[in-house]
Design a protein. Structure first.
Length: 147
């Protein structure tokens, strides 16, 4: 199996920090309270999970679009736009609903990662990285739904 390039792994893991901070803030409310006092209400733990999750979901939509580039088939392009459209239409309606929508969106993105990998549009290490990152993101979002 091809190893994950160090820069991709390092940046992928760094991208988990807001998810981990959001989950930690829900588990330790004083952490969220101090973050809100320092940075403002939009940085409360639950909102971090939703807002950053939305940003990253849209980012992943763009990554998939990049993998689709040059394809003559329409399906890769359609799949690559679904995460951003999902974020736009499904995320909202209160913290529980929005967090659920972000979680479902990340599961969809991972399913699309699997399909793009099956089409051989991704680097050989892609699924290994995406499985690791998606697993951590899903765990953080589940914490957001249960705490």
């Amino acid at each position: 199996m091809t190893p994950i390039p160090r820069p991709a792994l390092a940046m992928g893991l760094a991208g988990l920090l807001p998810f981990l901070w959001g989950a930690a803030g829900l588990l330790v409310p004083a952490l969220s309270d101090s973050t809100v006092a320092l940075l403002g209400q939009r940085f409360n733990a639950g909102f971090i999970l939703i807002s950053y999750g939305t940003v990253i979901m849209c980012f992943m939509s763009g990554v998939l679009w990049g993998f689709a580039t040059g394809q003559e088939r329409m399906l890769p392009y359609i799949l690559s736009t679904i995460p951003a459209l999902w974020a736009f239409f499904a995320i909202g309606g209160g913290e529980q609903q929005a967090t659920s929508a972000v979680l479902v969106g990340f599961i969809l993105v991972f399913l699309f990662d699997l399909q793009f990998s099956n089409w051989r549009l991704t680097p050989p290490w892609w699924l290994k990285l995406r499985a690791l990152l998606t697993g951590v993101v899903a765990l953080c979002l589940i914490i957001g739904l249960t705490v």
